[in-house]
Design a protein around this ligand. Structure first.
Ligand code: ADP
Ligand code: MG
Length: 353
């Protein structure tokens, strides 16, 4: 069983903890995304798992083997892992086939077995007709598939991918996300997938670990992370959320900008200052006062942009909070207009951090 478990994993460069006491368990056959902004420690975590770096503290276990600790780090070639780098790192002087089987030749596998495995993997990655080409004769997406085939043919226990789609153009990137998920469903390798792209993580992952400044801020399914963010960082980073600040009146209501809002999420204590997230497209904007004043707040339009499929508003509430709102295109409300905002209670999520 190739589960991968990080326990208190820490990597310091000088005095800075770039990976800071990270604990995470990835079950056998699971695909976990490390998602976070540039510089938050994703690649460093992946290189620690691969064995290219030694931890400053903490441990990495694969199945029942301890593979990394401060005292001892097993070298990459003894870990039964394949890593795919951002740049693919294909050998330009070798054909697609030669690139793919290179790892098996190194392991002195017999010719008949290599031929059999090659046939299967070429088919799975849809590279059959390109088998005799050189990398220079392939598109970015095709090179990406060669890198995947080369990583998969050695039948690793664990697959590590570092921003594997970042060199592709937007259309291809979208297609390859589904491709990676399809291959994962077929082969079920324990996989750690690093990306800064939210929709890439949502499409591919069983579980997403959102990273911020060397720590895992929240771990959950794509639905958890998107619908139930627990921190201001996750609310802002995952999908477009406004963050408002108010004071708790009781365990489910806050005062905000002269109004009372009913909220869901974290349990509140009266008097506590409270941060609430609400998505841009969940706020309703109207010129007339709504009949039901529950969760209604007054505001003034400060900007309005027509985007074809939607309108993008910036409004300001009486306490000086700026909110961004995405609406359908029917409502065209000019700058300076006083409006009412309705913030549905079930969409107002009080954050615990
Ligand atoms: P990410 O992949 O999330 O963009 P990295 O793991 O590459 O982030 O880097 C995290 C931080 O660690 C960055 O601030 C980076 O500059 C720093 N860093 C990475 N490698 C080294 C190194 N070998 N020496 C010093 N600092 C490093
Ligand atoms: Mg990186």
């Amino acid at each position: 069983m190739a589960s991968v478990e990080l326990r208190g994993l820490t990597k310091r460069f000088g005095s800075l903890a770039v990976v800071d006491n990270v604990s995470l368990r990835i079950d056998h056959g699971q695909l976990v995304c490390l998602l976070g902004p540039s510089g938050c420690g994703k690649t460093t975590t992946l290189r620690l798992i691969a064995g290219f770096l030694e931890p400053s503290d903490g441990e990495i276990h694969v199945g029942d083997r301890l593979v990394s600790s401060k005292a001892k780090t097993l070298p990459p070639e003894q870990r039964k892992m394949s890593m795919i780098f951002q740049s693919y790192a294909l050998w330009p002087h070798m054909t697609v086939t030669e690139n793919i089987v290179y790892g098996l030749r190194l392991r002195k596998i017999d010719r008949a077995t290599i031929a059999r495995k090659l046939e299967v993997i070429l088919k799975a990655t849809k590279l059959e007709i390109l088998a005799q080409r050189y990398p220079g004769e392939l598109s970015g997406g095709q090179q990406q598939r060669v890198a995947l085939a080369r990583a998969l043919i050695v039948e690793p226990e664990t697959l590590l991918l570092d921003e594997p789609l970042s060199n592709l153009d937007a259309n291809l990137r979208e297609e390859m996300r589904f491709e990676i998920r399809r291959l994962h469903d077929e082969y079920r390798y324990t996989t750690v997938y690093v990306t800064h792209d939210q929709s890439e993580a949502m499409t591919t992952a069983d579980l997403i670990a959102v990273m911020n400044a060397g720590k895992i801020d929240q771990l959950g399914t794509p639905e958890d992370i998107y619908d139930r963010p627990q921190s201001e960082f996750v609310a802002r980073f995952i999908g477009a959320s406004n963050v408002i600040k108010g004071t708790a009146r009781d365990d489910t209501h806050i005062s905000f900008a002269g109004a009372t809002l009913q909220v869901v999420g974290a349990k509140l204590a009266p008097g506590q200052s409270t941060v609430v997230a609400i998505r841009q497209h969940d706020i309703q904007l109207s010129i007339q006062a709504p009949q039901n004043r529950q969760n209604a707040v007054k505001a003034t339009v400060t900007r309005q942009v027509f985007l074809g499929a939607s309108r993008d508003y910036m409004v300001e509430t009486p306490d000086g909070t700026t909110l961004r709102i995405v609406t359908s295109t029917e409502t065209a409300v000019p700058r300076g207009t006083e409006v009412w905002l309705t913030l549905p209670p079930e969409r107002c999520r009080a954050l615990s951090r």
